[in-house]
Design a protein around this ligand. Sequence first.
Ligand code: DC
Length: 218
Amino acid sequence: MRISVAIDGPAGAGKSTIATLVAKKFDLMYINTGAMYRTVALKCKDNNISINETNKICTLIDNMEMKFENDDLILNGENIQSKLTMPEISAVVSSFASIKEVRERLVKLQRDMSNKFNVIMDGRDIGTVVLKDSKYKFFLTATPEERADRRFKELDERGIDVNYDDILKDIIRRDYEDSNRAIDPLRKAEDAIEIDTTGLNIQEVTDKICSYIKKNLK
Ligand code: DC
């Protein structure tokens, strides 16, 4: 039987770092669904396609082959992972993620992956929409300030010139946009386990999730 694990939560809650570690522990494929929405935003930017040109965006997605290898997104054979977290993509991605036709296409791709592989997926609508029937659902939170601090350190370590206040503003704006959009907004699934990661380190959160999965696998 296929195993699927769903992790949702706002930007910077630690979802991807933790999902990567849980994936290793249980030999799951890690599907970073935010990276898929970021890919759409990146390619629209590269091709000068605006947010209102739904037909062009759909054609672009229909010609994309997205897969994950070693936690990186591979688009039509090219590893584009390092381009996806650039601040200029973070600034526009929520708008692309609020388009119904974009969501329909990406949700279908995500479900296809979960039918083929044992997966752990992180995002905003995984427990509520994509993997609604998953037995293992987690919802990670942390204060906006702690999440901005984590993002700042991550980008700074990669040598990207960023300002903490700009990151905090971007996180607060995205929280609002992701939680208030009409289609599949960010919310906790009723049956998801909520973990407030403020003040917890990565290992502590990973351990909580792994011990829950282990207990319920039996
Ligand atoms: O997790 P992230 O910050 O990389 O996500 C980028 C954007 O994509 C975020 O603003 C919300 C959106 N997103 C979404 O709407 N649904 C998902 N399953 C994953 C991400």
